[in-house]
Structure formats: C-alpha cells, structure tokens
Ligand binder design. Structure first.
Ligand code: F7E
Length: 327
C-alpha cells in the first residue's frame, strides 16, 4: 500500500486529495495545525465529514516546527508527499506579507530537506500557482511564460518553486510542480470571491432580501473545479518524469459572470443585489491569468471535466443546503 503525506490536509485541496488517494487505496497521512485537528474533533470545520479524517493518519505538526517535521518524516517511509499548505490570500498588501513570504518559503525548504535526508525516493508535489506569472506578457500562459509575481503570496510561491527545482536538479529528487489556476468548490473558504458570491446568493434567496459588496466586477479569472485539480496533482507525481505543468481550463470568466451564474440559479437578478466597494479592489489587474493546459493533456491525459456554470451551481446548492440545515 502506497503511503502519502499531505500538508494542509484540512484545506479545500487537502480534503479532496485525501478523498481521492483513499479511493485509490493509499494510506493517507496529513499534517495540520493543532487548531485544525481540534476543529475536526469538535466537528467545527464547515461541511467537512469527520469520517474522511478518521480514515487518515493525522499529525499535529506545524510546518515551522522543524524538529517535529524531521521526526515525523524520519519515522514513515512516504512514497509521495503533496505540499499544499501555504498562506494563500493574493489580496494581502505586499507590506503586510512578511509572514506569508517567510512561512511559505521556510516550510517548503524544511520539507524538502527532511525528505532528501530520510527518503530521497519519495516523490514531492509542489503546489505552484498562476500567481507566479503575476503580470504575464500574453495570454494564455504555458509553462514557458516568464515569472513576474506581483503579490507576497506569488513571490513566496516562486521562491518555493526554485527551491523545488534545485532539489530536482542538484539532488535528483522526483519533484513535480503543478502551476494551478483558480480552482473552487463548496469547500472554498469564504474570503475567495467564488464562495463569497455563492454564499450570498444562497443567503439572499432564503431571506428574500440582502446585498453583497464586491470589488472589480470586470476582473477575469480562469476558474476550474477543485476535485478535477487534485487528480492533476496525482497524475503529475505518477508521470514518468518530474516536470512542471500548467493546470487550467483555458476559459476566462468575469466576476460579473460569476454573479450571473450564481444569482440566476436561485431565480434572482444579481444587479439588484450587488454593490461595489473600492476596499475590495486589487491594485492592478492587467492581462488576465488564463492557462494553457495543452502540456498536461498531451503528456498525462488530464482534462477538466466540470464546466464553470455547473461548478457555480453546485456551490450555490451546497450553500443552500447548509443554510437550510441551520449551519
Ligand atoms: O479573487 C476579484 C479579485 O480572491 C479572484 C487563490 O487560490 O487563485 C486564488 O487567488 C478575482 C480577483 O482569488 C472581490 O480582484 C472582485 O481578480 O477569489 P480571489 P485569487 O486572488 O485569484 C490563485 C490561483 C491562488 O493561487 C490563490 O491562492 O476576484 N474580486 N471582488 C474579488 N476577490 C475577492 N477575494 N473579494 C471580492 O470582493
């Protein structure tokens, strides 16, 4: 039985990846903060079935706890490690991003060093992001697009990417990078715009009135479905060579399109319920981040399965069910 370690197992992607790997017969281990584990035990994680986590081996080790990380990795011969944990809010001001930069880079380095020391044959997946391209020169972006991050998060991920590349090239480790574009689901945290909108549409339809405040309605993103993207992570690590892959749908939608898909699903006109607030605007959004997934489709056979509208409808339905159940 293959053993996998997932950092950030209580997050959206960690949840879907654990579910997917358990389904493939893996023994799944997960790292989480002590508070994350307490939330699972007390059933406080919104919409997370505790049964899933009962089937995993959970370890309360913070990623900045280097000795704890070393101890855990020294004891278990993992076959695959999926490094998903990171501070991940792009809207954070650069001047506030010290923790993001420090923690995201150090955790990646800690993990790589420990794995190289104890199990150099363990395959390592790094959760890269389209935010490493930041301000791209053209669209859609492929793996050859020059990196130009423009947020603390993007900078930290790009540094992590170069660490991973160095362990691959200098130490011969099997390190695969997924350059993932936005990916959403009913388990998305509410500070991200998709979930913010689907929660509002569900709440307003149940209460019969209400408003939501958003930033730039014309901002466009390449939004995919998170369960599709965790399949890509596994495929990247099970490819015959360690490489970098863009994981995206190649289709752009605007925040206004999101509002239309969510509110019309509950029979509402979004324009009657959406207000804009400059506080939610980002400083600069030029050429949109839209990915070309040609390489991963050609080399690994991965394709997204769930179109934008269907994904938004699933999210609204899940929010309606949750609110109707009083959660
Ligand atoms: O913003 C616009 C905002 O915060 C999407 C993370 O997973 O994907 C995610 O980062 C767009 C932006 O996601 C609001 O300006 C308008 O254009 O949902 P978001 P993100 O910043 O794209 C990348 C690939 C990651 O790797 C990240 O970790 O929506 N927008 N109005 C708004 N965004 C928010 N949050 N709130 C608004 O009210």
């Amino acid at each position: 039985m293959k053993k996998a370690l997932i950092t950030g197992i209580t997050g959206q992607d960690g949840f879907y990846l654990a579910e997917y790997l358990l389904g493939l017969g893996y023994e799944v281990h997960g790292l989480a903060r002590q508070t994350g584990l307490e939330h699972i035990k007390s059933n406080l994680l919104q919409d997370v079935p505790p049964e899933l986590y009962q089937r995993c081996h959970l370890h309360a080790v913070n990623l900045d706890n280097f000795p704890g990380l070393y101890r855990l990795i020294s004891r278990t011969p993992f076959d695959e490690c999926y490094h998903l944990a990171a501070s991940s809010f792009v809207g954070e001001r650069l001047a506030d991003g010290y923790q993001t930069i420090q923690n995201n880079i150090a955790s990646t380095h800690y993990l790589l060093a420990a794995i190289q020391e104890f199990h150099p044959g363990c395959r390592f997946y790094f959760a890269g992001t389209s935010e490493m391209f930041g301000r791209p020169g053209h669209t859609p972006q492929s793996e050859d697009e020059p990196f130009m991050p423009r947020s603390a998060y993007g900078i930290s991920k790009l540094a992590g990417y170069h660490l991973v590349r160095n362990y691959r090239e200098s130490h011969g480790m099997f390190c695969g990078v997924g350059i993932l574009y936005n990916h959403e689901s009913p388990r998305r945290r509410p500070e991200f715009v998709t979930r913010k909108i689907t929660m509002a549409a569900a709440r307003i339809s149940l209460e019969g009135r209400g408003k939501i405040q958003l930033g730039n309605l014309e901002a466009r993103r390449d939004w995919g479905y998170a369960p599709d993207y965790v399949r890509a992570m596994h495929a990247i690590l099970n490819h015959d060579k360690p490489e970098d892959f863009v994981v995206a749908t190649g289709v752009l939608h605007s925040v206004a399109d999101l509002c239309e898909a969510a509110f019309s699903h509950v029979g509402l006109d979004w324009k009657a319920h959406v207000e804009t607030n400059p506080a939610f605007y980002r400083t600069e959004e030029g050429i949109p981040l839209c990915g070309s997934a040609e390489k991963i489709e050609r080399e690994v056979g991965w394709k997204p399965t769930t179109p934008f509208q269907e994904m938004v409808h699933r999210m609204v339905d899940a929010d309606l069910a949750r609110l109707s159940a009083g959660r």
